[in-house]
Design a protein around this ligand. Structure first.
Ligand SMILES: Cc1cc2nc3c(=O)[nH]c(=O)nc-3n(C[C@H](O)[C@H](O)[C@H](O)COP(=O)(O)O)c2cc1C
Length: 177
């Protein structure tokens, strides 16, 4: 099996991290993966906001009503931002950058989890995007797509089981139900 296939089979969302910090080299490689990700027309409409401060991570973890608490125990959060005035397909560009950073993290043996911000709400029913924007003084022209949480895995999750892949979702030559 190729190394890349093994890598994407092992990548599972990690929501529990150890206390260990990431090294500056690990952080740099993760950010480089984002900065090297492909974008439509090479517009590079994304920006990345790096958060490692414990107190800030705690506040960021409250950006959603549900499914964002895991941010409070990660070592690094990268907030993925994009400027829609720079690209009409900013969601695609920012999504690709998000997953590229996650795959890079897995290659380093680190865990990660995507936390959706766009179109999500806080416990008080406010916009998650607005919450994050306010917390970090993010200019209003930038949209907040996601927060990607990174850290050392508390425990390894089982890789994908090739026997359980949904091959029924693949249509060959023609669409058949
Ligand atoms: C667009 C997107 C949004 C997601 N949002 C969240 C989230 O807000 N919180 C969370 O814990 N996981 C989130 N995830 C992780 C998914 O729940 C996870 O990828 C999915 O359950 C499959 O599990 P796996 O990543 O271990 O293969 C998100 C993943 C994607 C791709």
């Amino acid at each position: 099996m190729s190394y890349f296939h093994d890598l994407i089979s092992r990548r599972r969302s990690t929501r529990k991290f150890t206390e260990e910090q990431l090294t500056p080299e690990q952080v740099e490689l993760i950010l480089k993966a984002g900065l090297k990700s492909p974008t439509s027309k090479g517009a590079n409409c994304w920006q990345f906001l790096v958060v490692e401060d414990k107190e800030q991570l705690e506040k960021l973890s409250l950006c959603k009503k549900m499914a964002s608490k895991l941010i409070s125990n990660c070592a690094l959060a990268v907030i993925v931002l994009a400027d829609p005035s720079e690209s009409d397909v900013w969601i695609e560009d920012a999504s690709i950058a998000s997953i590229m950073m996650q795959v890079q993290a897995e290659d380093l043996g680190l865990g990660s989890c995507w936390v959706q911000v766009r179109q999500r709400h806080t416990a008080e029913d406010g916009s998650s995007e607005e919450y994050v924007r306010k917390l970090f003084d993010i200019p209003s022209q930038l949209q907040v797509l996601s927060v990607i949480a990174f850290g050392n895995k508390e425990k390894e999750r089982p890789p994908f089981d090739d026997e359980k892949l949904q091959w029924e979702k693949v249509h060959i030559g023609n669409y058949k139900q």
